[in-house]
Design a protein around this ligand. Structure first.
Ligand SMILES: Cc1ncc(COP(=O)(O)O)c(C=O)c1O
Length: 425
């Protein structure tokens, strides 16, 4: 500790240290905090919901706040020419953002995480694990923005992509080439909730010497942890369930191998992809209630899916929680629940979809997902507008398809809202 500091942090055992007591008594140390890092064993013993509340919560040693403060500073003072207190410049690192990164890494079971400005910047960051000439296999029904990056932007930099129906692992095997270095997985897929068998695809990737990257946005680590099935890298749009309140955009790249962690950390800083301390703080706050929120989301989604499945104006419901869903058994194996995203095909076409969507009162017509409020969206003109009509059709997205992000409102109210809106279709 050097002069000028009025804060000292120490372990509980050091409370009896006579020198420290003198410092406190003399006012040299005016504020005292017990900074206890969680050790590995403690972390592993913690249940998920406890981690959500406690991991990455960097206890403030200045005023003993119980939650992580926001450090809205671009730069940090150095102690001397060689040393600083672990941070020098916020693009490279910031205590609030570090708290969020520790939290997400722990929830996913990774060794490192880098929090980014958006989900797309997380995906961009992850693509820097590859080099020009590499070939990457991706699902044909992935998020439209990811499809746009892979089909329109990255090919200019000599990354080659094949889009296949990944629900059948045989299609992935058939698409392998000697240049295949990556497999991009989105499960469940957006918007049709097709599942990808994480273990099967990871095994194929390992044989081929390719990296697997899973976008875990739709379920969050509360409901699915891809690392447990052999996946190498996980990405998130934290805009969705991790934050959960539709008031921030952000992303994260989580790694579990040292070499990947180092490369992602390097690129994250070099390209300047980091999120702001304010945004990091919001996501960290959202994560504390992730478990209870996901349970409430799922209760609503189950009620809505059941009602829609029996409704005469609905042709088909895409929800892995329904026994009619082709991947229901796989969902039970690799997910802890069925999530709260679902889509359905309305009987008729765009006209019927529009009439119905204009009438919902609780379900707001808006893009995005994962917030506490329910949303209703039309993939053709919204989330998947960046796909060509041919690519959309190949993925099974039609003018009948309506996507719901079920919030945490009372399930009865949500069911009633959709029922009354369907009257207009
Ligand atoms: C599955 C999935 N991944 C990534 C993204 C991109 O995230 P962001 O909008 O935060 O850039 C989205 C956005 O909707 C998404 O649904």
């Amino acid at each position: 500790m050097e002069r000028g500091d009025n804060v000292v942090s120490f372990d509980a055992e050091r409370l009896n240290d006579p020198c420290l007591r003198v410092l406190i008594a003399s006012g040299y140390a005016t504020s005292v905090a017990f900074v206890r890092q969680l050790d590995d064993l403690e972390l592993r013993a913690m249940k998920f919901e406890t981690k959500c509340v406690h991991v990455g919560v960097d206890k403030d040693s200045s005023y003993n706040s119980c939650i992580t403060p926001i450090y809205p500073t671009s730069t940090f003072r150095w102690v001397d020419l060689e040393t600083n207190k672990g941070f020098d410049y916020t693009r490279s690192g910031n205590p609030t953002r570090q708290g969020l990164e520790q939290s997400i890494a722990a929830l996913e079971g990774g060794i490192d995480c880098r929090a980014t400005s958006t989900g797309m910047s997380a995906i961009t960051c992850a693509m820097y694990l590859f080099k020009s000439g590499d070939h990457i296999i991706a699902g044909h029904d992935i998020y439209g923005g990811t499809f746009r990056l892979f089909s329109k932007v990255l090919p200019d930099y000599e990354l080659k992509f094949s889009f296949v129906n990944m629900s059948d692992p045989a299609n992935v095997r058939a698409a392998l080439t000697p240049q295949t270095k990556g497999i991009w997985i989105e499960t469940p897929s957006n918007p049709l909730l097709n599942l990808v068998d994480l273990s099967a695809i990871s095994a194929i990737a390992k044989e081929a010497g390719a990296i697997t990257i899973a976008d875990n946005t739709f379920l969050s680590p509360y409901l699915q942890r891809p690392f447990e099935f052999g996946v190498d890298v996980v990405v998130h749009s934290t805009t969705k369930y991790l934050n959960g309140h539709s008031d921030v955009v952000g992303g994260a790249v989580v790694t579990r191998h040292q070499a990947h962690a180092e490369r992602i950390a390097y690129v994250h800083n070099a390209l300047g992809l980091a999120c702001s301390p304010f945004d990091a703080w919001l996501v960290l706050r959202g994560i504390k209630t992730l478990g209870p929120r996901m349970e409430a989301h799922q209760r609503g989604a189950t009620a809505v899916a059941k009602m829609l499945a029996e409704h005469p104006k609905v042709e088909w419901v895409y929800y892995p929680g329904l026994p009619t869903h082709p991947h229901h058994e796989l969902a039970k194996r690799q997910q802890r629940g069925f999530g709260a995203m679902l889509s359905f095909d309305i009987k008729g076409g765009r006209a019927q979809a529009e009439k119905m969507m204009m009438q919902t009162k609780l379900f707001q017509m808006a893009e995005s997902l994962g917030g506490v409020e329910s949303l209703i969206a039309y993939p053709v003109t919204m989330s998947h507008a960046s796909m060509t009509p041919e690519a959309r059709l190949a993925a099974g997205i039609t003018e009948k398809t309506i996507r719901l992000s079920v919030g945490i409102e009372n399930p009865d109210d949500l069911v009633e809202d959709l029922r009354q809106a369907l009257e207009f279709a």
